[in-house]
Design a protein around this ligand. Structure first.
Ligand code: 13P
Length: 336
């Protein structure tokens, strides 16, 4: 089992490829569709995901796609399951397995991600459905007195329990502790909190006997809070993000795939490129597992209209190609 996990993890982050996160919960995709004037129904969600997954040539730049529970059970109009379509497209199949971030008792303003109860059985079903990797997102909020030790510990423990269960089931766990960009905090604070969060996560992974060779880490980049008056530039973001990762992430980890977390598409690509172009080599490939930063242009071009599918797919392919170039440190701007 160990060998297979290693290989899947390496395939997810190797060859300058990244991951397409298309695992928005029904509530989240509902907000994204509402923003383009589309009513969220089983059918519109299916049509949008079909657009994404059938994009010609996507596997040149994308290794795998993360699905939501509804999506892994859906099919194309001709009855081909999405799992089969992705296999045909040479894309690995991933599945979001947490059940969302809920208020953490005793810690006002903080969240803990749920979904451990019954997880072993759910993972077994996802394996039979064709999943090869999984995702669990923990959310850490920065505030005046936040995050608390209790929040970091609870989320790290849950991530580690999830990761151990995934490896037992033969799935590569994507370990995603996201320190949110929301707030007026400065980049120093984001660096401190991200470092503390990752320290806690790697201690918990060790305690739960997770094999680091068979995970992919999905962290936030170290950035200024969205409402911070001083927005750090691309070089500072790259330097601080790498300093944080170099201090905490063991070289046994096969790869790091950043989330985009609300950064603009071009901003995310530029920052990823800076880390790879100016500051390499690193102990691990630095790649991407973007949701919004890959999908936003395509979603805006589609607007629920069948005639727009090809144009939307071109925009998805373009962002995938430019982010793959950024993994190689070869992104030279949007025109390329
Ligand atoms: P964003 O890149 O939009 O943050 O989404 C990535 C993801 O999978 C969040 O869990």
């Amino acid at each position: 089992m160990r060998v297979a996990l290693d290989q899947t993890a390496q395939a997810l982050v190797g060859h300058h490829k990244g991951i397409l996160a298309a695992d928005e919960s029904t509530a989240t995709i509902g907000r994204r569709l509402a923003a383009i004037g589309v009513v969220s129904t089983t059918e519109t969600r299916r049509a949008y995901r079909h657009l994404l997954f059938s994009t010609p040539g996507l596997s040149r730049y994308i290794s795998g796609v993360i699905l939501y529970d509804e999506t892994i059970r859906q099919s194309t109009p001709d009855g081909t399951s999405f799992v089969k379509l992705l296999e045909h497209q040479h894309l690995l199949v991933g599945i979001k397995v947490d059940t969302g971030a809920k208020p953490l008792a005793g810690c006002p303003g903080e969240l803990v991600t749920e979904g451990l109860d019954g997880l072993r059985e759910r993972l077994a079903e996802y394996v039979t459905l064709g999943a090869q990797f999984a995702k669990w997102r923990a959310v850490i909020t920065i505030g005046a007195e936040l995050p608390s030790e209790a929040c970091l510990a609870a989320n790290a423990h849950a991530l580690a329990r999830y990761a151990a269960l995934c490896q037992e089931a033969g799935l590569v766990p994507i370990v995603e502790p996201e320190v949110l960009m929301d707030g007026g905090h400065d980049i120093e604070t984001c660096e401190d909190v991200t470092t503390a969060t990752l320290r806690c996560v790697f201690a918990a992974l060790a305690a739960q006997r997770v094999e680091l060779e068979g995970i992919v880490l999905k962290p936030n980049m170290v950035v200024s809070g969205k409402e911070c008056l001083r927005q750090a530039g691309v070089t500072e973001v790259a330097e601080r993000t790498l300093r944080c990762l170099m201090r905490v992430v063991p070289p046994a980890v096969p790869g790091i795939a950043f989330l985009s977390g609300g950064q603009g598409s071009e901003e995310a690509t530029t920052r990823l490129n800076m880390m790879n172009a100016r500051f390499g080599p690193h102990p691990w490939p630095l790649s991407f597992s973007f949701g919004r930063a890959l999908q936003e242009p395509a979603l805006g071009a589609w607007r629920g209209v069948a005639e727009n599918v090809a144009a939307a797919q071109e925009l998805l392919l373009k962002r995938a190609r430019l982010n793959s170039a950024a993994v190689a440190g070869a992104y030279t701007g949007e025109a390329a």
